[in-house]
Ligand binder design. Sequence first.
Ligand code: Z5A
Length: 212
Amino acid sequence: NKESSSSRGALIVLEGLDRCGKTSQSGKLYKYLDEQGHSVESWRFPDRNTGVGQMISSYLANKSQLDDHAIHLLFSANRWEKRSLMEEKLKSGTTLIVDRYSYSGVAFSSAKGLDIEWCKAPEIGLLAPDLVVYLDISPEKAAERGGYGDERYEQLEFQKKVAGSYLSLRDSSWKVIDATLSIEDVEKKLREAVLDCMMTCHKGKPLSQLWP
Ligand code: Z5A
């Protein structure tokens, strides 16, 4: 009893600082849409299952060192290796909920001091999200949640710089949700925004490419 494949799926991206709740909310949204009978998949970047993804994973766990530019290009390559599958899924009517995307790529690398236009360049031509939901939380509040682990970017000072970089990337496809609301309230707002976006795609909004 899945949705007709005559209309395309929506590309929904969740972004935000570490611990903002993206993973929890992606899971809840996936379950809800699936139960409603929509064709939907849950994706995340980095996709640590590919060869490139394994290099990224080892870097994030501090098991290998890489030049800032090199790791930036690997994160981008990790999205490019999934691009054609992404397009195929969307065109066949499947909605994709994606936990982190090009905005993370640009926000984290530019927070290290790399030029923002240089950071955006390798993302050009990837599919543009129909909706970017930014789960908004201050770096201090995020740090109070569940504690940071040992991964490379899980430090307060760095997360503050990332928050600043994200601010400069906001465009008309963004919807900002207060991530300090209860899990249920965030879930409700997210559902509303996503259903609205899915309707627009259903009505024939064409797929486009980064950067709009
Ligand atoms: N990175 C990059 O540099 N370049 C790129 O191109 C990409 C990524 C794609 C790995 O990402 C790192 O890679 C990431 C960016 C960089 N580094 N950082 N920072 P990852 O996806 O593997 O890790 P993550 O995105 O940071 O995931 P996370 O730590 O699991 O956070 P989350 O998904 O946003 O949060 P969560 O797991 O759903 O929730 C965290 C805790 O808060 C948990 O205990 C929840 O129960 C709790 N929570 C959630 N919502 C609430 C509310 N509303 N109230 C109270 N408590 C809550």
